[in-house]
Design a protein around this ligand. Structure first.
Ligand code: 5AD
Ligand code: SF4
Length: 488
């Protein structure tokens, strides 16, 4: 039997979008990562892997786990497609263009695969959770060797063995999502900043969004496991952690045996001796007063909040099933600004949601004007197969959507520039990450509010906190000069 003509039912329980919404509150199982099977422990000696990562920080962090598993089998990383023995695409499904990019790159792999038939070509991440994507790969990209889902990462050693020894395409995508697997190996990208998962999945079911289907139901890691991971990172000298979840404000709501929520977690993290703690992403609906109070303590809890609004129109928000109104959002912003006076707020906005009128779009512009975000990620709505919004009538033309996006970006850029201008002459604390991308003579790092700062200074500053005086603010970056501390 050749590739693409396999009986997939033995591997593949296709994601069922209708069933996903009915998922229950069954208890989350916390499993320990099985050690790598003996016959796979050294299988990668002298071999190389190439991991291509798309999408959000969650995917970036999953790639660190995938790298950890592969390196535990002896594989080494490479950037060179011709050197690689395994190439994995860790994919994103959030918008159509993210998917198109992956299909394009998969197409480019065909000649390489012909040249090197032993190359293992794999697809994982959010796209592999979509039945339509898996079917497309089966039909059009039959030279793919391995597809595995977001709930199957811990199974990689076994799946890789199947892919190496079988002539069939190996497909394993669990739509079952009840487990948390602890103690998976990880190769973190740098020794300075680290991602830490606090929860997985999302139960919000915003009508435009594919994530509740690709990432499964909300399940929180045990507080003890999260805190132990952060303490260990602090011990190893990490300077910053970013707590990750699709909806961090729902942390702990799935615990059946304890009352412990995101505010409790942040309060405990506040006591850990690590200089900076961030989190992403917040949902305005669950952002409560207690959390604001905890964040207002400052210290290692930095004054930056990413608070996706999506639209400034209560009518559109209702159709998006965001479960808050424009007024509720603005009230929340006011509360946050009052409690944390120098807070930096950033957001995500979608334009051209089905049926969005010019007046409703104007409400988004006026909200942006009122909140004065430091920056915003702005997107044109992209229908996602199986989501409720994909079935809504869409009478806004493509041209109109592009025009709205442009108007929104113009407004936001003006605000970003103005906010950065206000920093001129101020001294900010910068965690220096390395040389600037464009100029090795310039160092680059981030403020507590996550703004990128470029300045001249000795290489010995890398990995350190440096006070920098802002001299030339720009729209997206700040230029400055290191402030030399004089000791009397
Ligand atoms: N179309 C366009 N943008 C989307 N986002 C999520 N789903 C879609 C979609 N179908 C945006 C939201 C979200 C961000 C991560 O991506 O703004 O906050
Ligand atoms: Fe993309 Fe969402 Fe998956 Fe992240 S969780 S990779 S944004 S689809």
């Amino acid at each position: 039997m050749g590739k693409g003509t396999v009986d997939f039912s033995k591997y593949f329980q296709p994601p069922n979008l209708k069933e996903a919404k009915k998922r229950g509150k069954e208890e989350t199982r916390v499993l320990d990562f099985d050690t790598i099977p003996d016959d796979m422990k050294n299988i990668g000696e002298g071999k190389f892997y190439l991991l291509k990562t798309y999408g959000c920080q969650m995917n970036v962090h999953d790639s660190e786990t995938i790298a950890g598993i592969l390196e535990n089998m002896g594989y080494r990383p490479t950037e060179d497609e011709h050197q690689a023995d395994i190439i994995l695409f860790n994919t994103c499904a959030i918008r159509e263009n993210a998917e198109d990019k992956v299909f394009g790159e998969l197409g480019h792999m065909k000649p390489l695969k012909r040249e090197k038939p032993d190359l293992i070509l794999g697809v994982c991440g959010c796209m592999s959770q979509e039945e339509s994507v898996v079917n497309k790969i089966l039909q059009k990209f039959q030279y793919v060797d391995l597809i595995f889902g977001t709930h199957n990462i811990h199974r990689l050693p076994v799946l890789l063995r199947d892919a190496l020894y079988s002539k069939e395409m190996v497909v394993e995508v669990w739509s079952k999502e009840g487990d948390i697997v602890e103690n998976m190996p990880k190769v973190r990208q740098d020794g300075l900043k680290a991602w830490v998962n606090i929860m997985y999945g999302c139960d919000k079911f915003c009508t435009y969004c594919i994530v509740p289907y690709t990432r499964g139901k909300e399940r929180s890691r045990q507080p003890g496991d999260v805190l132990a991971e952060i303490r260990e990172l602090a011990r190893k000298g990490y300077k910053e952690v970013t707590l990750l979840g699709q909806n961090v404000n729902a942390y702990g709501k799935d615990f059946q045996d304890q009352h412990y929520d995101f505010a409790d977690l942040m309060n405990d993290v506040h006591k850990i001796d690590i200089p900076r703690v961030r989190f992403t992403t917040s949902h305005p609906r669950d952002f409560d007063d207690r959390l604001i109070e905890v964040l207002a303590q400052g210290g290692n809890l930095v004054e930056h909040i990413h608070l996706p609004v999506q639209s400034g129109s209560s009518e559109v928000l209702k159709r998006m099933a965001r479960k808050y109104t424009r007024e509720h959002y603005l009230e929340l912003v006011e509360k946050i600004k009052k409690a944390i006076p120098n807070v930096s707020l950033t957001t995500d906005i979608i334009v051209g949601f089905p049926g969005e009128t010019e007046e409703q779009f104007q409400e988004t512009l006026s909200l942006v004007e009122e909140v004065q975000y430091d920056s915003a990620f702005t997107f044109i709505y992209s229908p996602r197969h199986g989501t409720p919004a994909a079935k809504m009538e869409d009478n806004v033309s493509e041209e109109e959507k592009k025009d709205r996006l442009q108007r929104l970006m113009d407004l936001q850029n003006e605000i970003s520039r103005k906010k950065n201008e206000a920093l001129k002459g101020q001294v900010v604390e910068v965690l220096v990450e390395g040389e600037s991308k464009n100029n090795p003579d310039v160092l680059s790092g981030r403020t507590r509010t996550n703004k990128l700062v470029n300045f001249k200074g000795p290489k010995s500053c890398i990995g350190q906190f440096v006070d920098v005086k802002i001299t030339e603010p720009q729209t997206w970056t700040l230029k400055g000069e290191a402030v030399v501390k004089t000791h009397v």
